[in-house]
Design a protein around this ligand. Sequence first.
Ligand SMILES: O=C(O)[C@@H](O)C(=O)CO
Ligand SMILES: [Mg+2]
Length: 262
Amino acid sequence: MPRFAANLSMLYPEHAFLDRFAAAARDGFKAVEYLFPYEHDAKELAARLRDNGLEQVLFNGPPGDWAGGERGIACLPGREDEFRAGIEQALRYADVLRCPRIHVMAGLVPEGRDRADLRPTYVANLRWAAKVAASLGVNVLIEPINTRDIPRFFLNRQDHAHELLGEIAALNAQVQMDLYHCQVVEGDVAMKIRQYLPTGHVGHFQIAGVPQRHEPDVGEVNYPYLFDVIDEVSAQCGWEGWVGCEYRPAGATSEGLRWMKR
Ligand SMILES: O=C(O)[C@@H](O)C(=O)CO
Ligand SMILES: [Mg+2]
């Protein structure tokens, strides 16, 4: 069975954010991930991790103006200084939280712009981020996201992400393979795990039921089958990462975790 991390941005909405750490630990999680730590003092978050015996395995770099609709700025020409300052801030948190991975969101393709024109900015930003992160032993992750949830998102497909990694050419740059987005955009998920996991370029998985993004046992994806595929391929290639439970519980979070106990 893969190792599961609780995504505290989505799980436990019945608790205040800082209380979600204890809730996750009570349900048996040993690791957590979430979108953004920046509203909280890093030392406070580190204390929650320590007090609940949890590891932080992932969080996101600053996404630009989230409330204003931005979903990352890595692909946006003219925002490079802000991008770099954001990565530096994320790395300060990663250091205190002892977190080995940061997800760098790509951003939206601006109206009237061609995706291909943004590629050089994206690659140069990621290359810079990977270089700075490498000195702290942190990996930078890029995540293909479906355009039903985030219209105009720059990065949608696994093959595009792996092609970009080839250009970024940094050992600590990897793909965050969210199987929910993968199923929505392209399907053939088991074969894609078999294709990409052995390359060493997948740093993290995330899961949710499709199409509603509820518990993984609700919907069109047969997750027990995919977990077996991850286990089988991991055993062959020595992959030791985490699978983030990034879904919106349909009811009470702990009750909905029956899928994991099974
Ligand atoms: O899949 C997602 O939505 C997240 O992993 C994320 O980082 C951005 O929303
Ligand atoms: Mg995700």
